[in-house]
Design a protein. Structure first.
Ligand code: NI
Length: 493
């Protein structure tokens, strides 16, 4: 006899406990002539009081199996309540990262709707993670299995309302590292098997006042490496009784006939226990971040590279794990190619700032193209690649400049005026005062006083919750267009 426990494991029933079990007999089911035997199945109506999100999290983490995984977290106040989120991106899997982002944004927007808003990253600034158990939301998305060409992700939302009502919802998705596609758990099963699974879900959640899950609802089905299906449903909690999950296990020999082609492929990958095969990430300098979810800002440094101050800045950025953007002059890259290469090799983005810092609005189209082209050539000679965006000196543009530069133009939304004050006590508070999520900050890595203020500035921004990213990361999802001028990341709406 197969039965169910709160954490997906098999547990020996004591006599007392057994009396509390509801026995649901799902004798057999017939699908197009094939028999799918999914019973009898026992349900534990009482489960552990450990919040369900923690149970899910406590499962064997697969994160360590995936080299290019990077952990993210967020603490925000949305719709008047605290939200805590933790999730994992996998470089080289843009489809999976996009699925995670849309799940997160969907959940965050739903919370913000309580106060008639949409979620904004500013809601995650200056917010400490809630420590006490109380009203709020916990979002968790982590890999639970990974083998060969399959990564299995579990996404869980745990809500507690001010009146004490709590709920847990979860779904499992299957990413194919070969095609990059992300599949819903329902895709594991033959379509004919789905109605029966929904019946089983209803029976499992039989003690819940929640309605029968409809067939369009995302399912939380984990296919394990033995071919068993673990189906998790949640019960709403009230008062001091927290929401809890129940998991039904359909053993392998009975689940086999329910699996469709995709399900059988996933099973063979999981059975192989092979190292995860991932496509190479797009670029070493580029890590996925979604600046609609987390508050981001881009620190930019112009007019270098400088042989004395730029290496000192690189050391600070490395220590603080910041990816920045350097708008280099062609003439300085040509004079200091090793420094330019260090900047690029450290994973920072490099933009074109013309060859000689000319005011482009004073030049003919041919003169503009000459300034840009010579800078492209000397930066490429130094770093191995030509910039894909530029910043006009003084931010000066006109229609002729925009037409002639042949690159997107990236100006700024926060002007530090570091070159004017030459004093961290002046420019750091100015930046901290003016910065908002999506901002681009202009500074200059040729001044010792600018370098002297960076540890203070970066520490303050990170403690507020800012992710300091480079320009391509800041604009991820909103590609930069040649001839257009940008000052900050556009808002989502
Ligand atoms: Ni400049």
């Amino acid at each position: 006899m197969r039965w169910i426990s709160s954490n997906g494991g098999r547990r020996r029933a004591t006599g007392l406990r057994a009396t509390a079990l509801a026995l649901v007999s799902v004798a057999a089911l017939t699908c197009g002539g094939d028999r799918i035997n999914v019973g009898p199945v026992k349900i534990t109506p009482e489960t552990s009081n450990v919040p369900a999100a923690l149970q899910v999290h406590a499962q064997v983490p697969a994160q360590g199996m995936i080299r290019s995984a990077h952990a993210m977290s967020l603490a925000a106040r949305v719709g008047g309540l605290p939200v805590k989120a933790s999730w994992t991106y996998i470089d080289g899997m843009p489809g999976l990262n996009a699925q995670l982002d849309s799940w997160l944004l969907g959940a965050l927007d739903a919370k913000a709707a309580a106060s008639g808003e949409r979620y904004r990253p500013a809601m995650a600034l200056n917010t400490r993670p809630a420590t006490a158990i109380g009203p709020g939301t916990t979002l968790t998305a982590e890999p639970v299995a990974a083998s060969g060409r399959v990564i299995v992700f579990r996404e869980t939302e745990n809500d507690t309302l001010p009146n004490g009502t709590s709920s847990v919802t979860s779904q499992t998705v299957y990413a194919d590292t070969n095609t990059g596609q992300v599949h819903r758990a329902a895709d594991l099963l033959r379509p004919e098997a789905l109605p029966r699974i929904h019946t089983l879900l209803f029976n499992t959640a039989g003690h819940s006042p929640k309605p029968l899950p409809n067939e369009a609802a995302p399912l939380d089905i984990v296919l394990d490496d033995q071919g068993a299906l673990r189906i998790t449903t949640a019960q709403t909690g009230t008062g001091n009784r927290p929401a809890r999950t129940a998991t039904a296990t359909i053993p392998a020999q009975e689940a086999e006939s329910a699996l469709g082609e995709f399900g059988r492929n996933v099973l063979s990958q999981l059975r192989s226990h092979a190292p995860v095969e991932l496509p190479p990430a797009a670029s070493q300098a580029f890590r996925h971040v979604n600046c609609d979810v987390v508050p981001c800002a881009a620190l930019t440094y112009d007019d270098g590279p400088d042989p004395r101050s730029t290496p000192r800045l690189l050391a600070i950025l490395r220590e603080k794990k910041v990816s920045a953007t350097f708008f280099m002059l062609g003439i300085r890259a040509a004079a200091n190619p090793a420094i330019a290469r260090q900047v690029s090799n450290a994973g920072h983005a490099v933009g074109n700032h013309t060859y000689s810092h000319a005011n482009l609005t004073m030049l003919s189209a041919a003169g503009i193209m000459n300034e840009i082209g010579r800078a492209q050539a000397s930066i490429q000679a130094a770093t191995g690649s030509a910039p894909t965006f530029m910043r006009p000196p003084y931010g000066a543009t006109n229609a002729i400049v925009r037409q002639a530069v042949g690159l997107p133009l990236v100006n700024w939304s926060v002007d530090s005026l570091d070159w004017l004050s030459r004093d961290p006590k002046v420019f750091v508070p100015k930046v901290l005062q003016e910065i908002t999520p999506g901002a681009i900050v202009i500074m200059h890595d040729i001044h010792a006083t600018t370098i002297a203020g960076q540890t203070w500035l970066i520490t303050a921004l990170q403690s507020q919750g800012y992710h300091l990213v480079n320009v391509p990361e800041l604009f991820e999802g909103t590609p930069l267009v040649t001839g257009q001028t940008y000052r900050s990341r556009p808002q989502r709406w």
